[in-house]
Design a protein around this ligand. Structure first.
Ligand code: NAD
Length: 727
């Protein structure tokens, strides 16, 4: 394996080039680190070498540590992780000290990082240990430390170095939020030192190396009299920063993300001690995060499996089905959003509505999103014109000729959908795939209106389409492989994450979300304090409590779904207690955020104020409130048991889709890695125990599914060695 090459030129400048040949982006492994270390040793030992440039053979510098390696590190135990991390610190510290005399700080060799493009995670931590960071002026490049997004934090000195370089306050957005910057913004923020024209990158790096003086090599924290910018914790200004940061992080994360807490501890404790001790503290905190099952679960779902699904893990073996011309029928909220994301991805779009002004309004949605992008400097006027030119807003079905995919997003009414299906099929060629964006109607039944049910499929977007990254692809009974491949290729083109599920009431996401909302509402009817319901949800990592969620999605939609479900299920309909509450709310005109009135009160501008104080008169809070844990178990199990049943019934065929879909689709406690990740963390036996407590008290909906009981009896986990992908 050679991830790094080493060449010394005639002027005595060594260039270490990072190029992990089989990959399109450099990622670091432990073996890669060892190679890098050997090259640094060679450069420091060779009297003919004056200095070193570390750069990349690819258009980008590096994407970070190989997360597959990190996900597996836990298996070696805490000591092995700590030792491995300290080894990395050793190599990076060797670069930073570069052979200088530790007392006089003289005699080191200058080492410069030359970044041609993106530099993330270890791809920035390595440069931070160098004496200067020069980046090519490449506006597409992203520079930053995104580790926190997958449940870890920068553990190769990035945390300690950035805080000492910028101060805790200025480093906070990069460490705590994983903020990424283009090279110029990174330079302005002080993350890197210099931005040069791409063609000058290596010349400038060499020039710097040859001109560097001893003093240029000494990091502020290694120099005498170093004081942390903004103040260390016991400095009056620093004190304010640390108290504030702690409150802010706990407010944002509700304390459920181990990485955020550990990062704060590493920053705080590290700020009180000398640099090398701070690195040890960082390593210890990093080890504790990796030993926490949450980080493994987050890396697995938010990175490894998400990427596998995006790359088509469950795509049938069909030839490329990339969409060239897309027809979107219905230019309402969803259709307009689908037209925008597609045109933005370079696809020609025909956007049809029943009236021309409705079609035009749909296209205007793209214009307003592009204008917003222009205001934020993300979109140029050329790009705006290009995207808008791709959308033809019309009422004329004949314009659909030549479309290879249709997404229908008209009213949620089977009759209207059937009419549209027939009209579209008369206008398009025989190979065109027809997709419906229905959120509740069974695909198999809608496909009856099609002359080509094997080319009929569900492509279910979430609202707002431009922000929500999950797309649920639903196979009807007759749906063929080419339709599935087409849907997956389309989702890939628009850079979203797909899951593929089988047809059943509410498919997968809504099947789990609705019981979550219903459980919250049921508790209100029982006299559980609404604030307890909402806070219990947030304290377990749900982004929105069930009452806030139903306010956002609207209470009349809840009423509509309840009526339709009751009509379909008849006597077996289990949610009468929920309906009493939402029907009453609808009667009161409290339809949620859009009406500026719901379970919450809102000000005139739509700002959410707090829970509506009239709830008490309608559903008095009873004496004696349940434990927080009981409320949380009810809210989580309402969702999780549906996910398990969906797997048992074959609606889900892959637990990875169940977990990734839950986090991206409705924000299911991301720290847990998803419903199956959560079940693995608590264990099937404990899950069954919780069900056995809840079911007698609250109803059969909490009865443990047979699959879970069987797994508990056999000591199985979903992802473990005895993993089961499908029932
Ligand atoms: P909407 O009412 O905003 O838009 C529907 C549009 O379809 C309207 O512009 C209407 O004029 C047009 N339309 C109706 N009949 C038509 C016909 N015969 N020919 C052409 N155009 C016609 O509704 P929406 O919220 O965009 O929902 C559309 C579909 O997407 C529904 O099936 C809905 O269940 C589904 N969906 C909605 C959401 C959501 O959050 N709103 C999420 C996922 C899926």
């Amino acid at each position: 394996m050679t991830d790094f090459t080493y060449v010394v030129d005639g002027d005595g400048v060594a260039t270490i080039t990072w190029d992990v040949v089989p990959k399109s982006m450099n990622v670091m492994s432990m073996a890669g680190f060892a190679e890098l270390s050997a090259h640094i040793d060679a450069a420091l030992a060779d009297a003919g070498v004056k200095g070193v440039i570390i750069t990349s053979g690819k258009k980008d510098f590096a994407g970070g540590m190989d997360l597959n390696v990190i996900a597996q590190m836990r298996t070696g135990g805490a000591q092995a992780i700590f030792d491995g991390v300290m080894q990395m610190h050793g190599v990076l510290r060797k670069i930073e000290r570069a052979g200088m005399d530790p007392k006089t700080l003289k005699g080191g060799k200058p080492i410069v990082a030359a970044l041609p493009g993106t530099a993330l995670g270890i791809g920035l931590e390595l440069p931070l240990s160098c004496h200067r960071i020069i980046a090519a002026d490449n506006p597409k490049a992203k520079i930053g430390l995104p580790e926190i997004m997958v449940g870890i934090f920068p553990g190769a000195g990035g945390t300690t170095r950035l805080v000492r370089k910028l101060g805790a306050m200025m480093a906070a957005p990069f460490l705590l939020e994983g903020k990424l910057s283009d090279p110029k913004s990174a330079r302005n923020a002080g993350l890197i030192d210099e931005v040069v024209a791409p063609e000058d990158l290596l010349t400038r790096a060499k020039e710097w190396v040859l001109a560097a003086k001893d003093a240029d090599l000494v990091k502020p924290w290694d120099a005498k009299g170093y004081k942390m910018p903004g103040g260390a914790p016991y400095h009056p200004a620093g004190f304010m920063t640390f108290v504030g940061a702690s409150a802010m992080v706990n407010g944002k994360t509700q304390g459920v993300y181990p990485a955020a807490k550990a990062l704060l501890s590493a920053v705080y404790e590290g700020a009180l001690v000398p640099f090398d001790t701070a690195l040890k503290i960082e390593a210890r905190q990093f080890t504790s995060v990796l030993m926490n099952p949450s980080s493994t679960a987050m890396i697995r779902s938010l990175f490894i499996n998400k990427e596998a699904l995006e790359k088509g893990a469950n795509r049938p073996a069909e030839p490329d089905q990339a969409v060239k011309r897309l027809g979107v029928i219905g230019a309402g909220m969803m259709g307009a959003g689908i037209a925008y994301v597609s045109a933005n991805a370079g696809i020609e779009v025909v956007l049809i509505d029943a009236a021309q002004d409705a079609a035009d309004r749909g296209k205007a949605h793209s214009e307003s999103l592009l204008d917003k992008g222009m205001k934020r400097g993300k979109v140029t006027s050329d790009k705006k014109a290009e995207v808008l030119a791709r959308i033809t807003a019309t009422t004329d079905y004949a314009t659909l000729a030549g479309c290879d995919l249709i997404v229908e997003a008209v009213f949620e009414d089977p009759k209207v959908k059937a009419e549209v299906t027939a009209k579209v099929e008369a206008a398009v060629g025989p190979d065109c795939i027809f997709a419906t964006n229905t959120s509740t109607l069974p695909i198999t039944a809608l496909a009856k209106a099609s002359a080509r049910p094997d080319q009929f499929i569900g492509i279910h977007f979430f609202s707002p389409v431009d922000k929500m990254n999950l797309v649920e692809i639903i196979k009807g009974k007759a749906t063929g492989d080419r339709a599935v491949a087409k849907a997956l290729d389309f989702v890939r083109q628009i850079r979203k994450t797909p899951i593929v599920v089988n047809d059943a009431r509410f498919f997968y996401a809504n099947r789990c979300i609705i019981p979550y909302i219903n459980e919250g509402i049921r508790m209100v009817a029982e006299g559980v304090a609404p604030a307890l319901v909402e806070n219990a949800a947030k304290l377990v990592g749900m982004p929105l409590g069930p009452l806030q969620l139903v306010d956002e999605t609207s209470i009349d939609l809840g009423v509509k779904i309840a009526k339709a479900t009751k009509a379909a299920m008849g006597e077996a309909y289990p949610d009468g207690a929920v309906d009493d509450v939402i029907f009453r709310m609808a009667d009161l005109g409290r339809l949620g955020r859009k009406a500026n009135a719901g379970f919450y009160a809102y000000d005139d501008k739509g700002g959410r104020l707090g829970l509506w104080d009239g709830l008490q008169a309608e559903w008095p809070v009873r004496d004696g409130q349940p434990d927080l844990a009981e409320v949380q178990h009810r809210l989580l199990m309402a969702q999780v048991l549906e996910a398990v049943r969906a797997l048992e019934e074959g609606v889900l065929t892959d637990i990875r889709e169940g977990d990734v879909g839950a986090i991206l689709g409705w924000g299911f406690a991301p720290w847990s890695g998803g419903p199956f990740g959560w079940l693995d963390i608590i264990g099937a036996a404990r899950a069954v125990e919780i069900c056995d407590t809840l079911a007698p008290a609250f109803g059969t909906r909490f009865e443990a599914p047979a699959l879970l009981r069987e797994m508990a009896a056999k000591g199985q986990t979903f992802y473990g060695s005895t993993a089961r992908k499908a029932a």
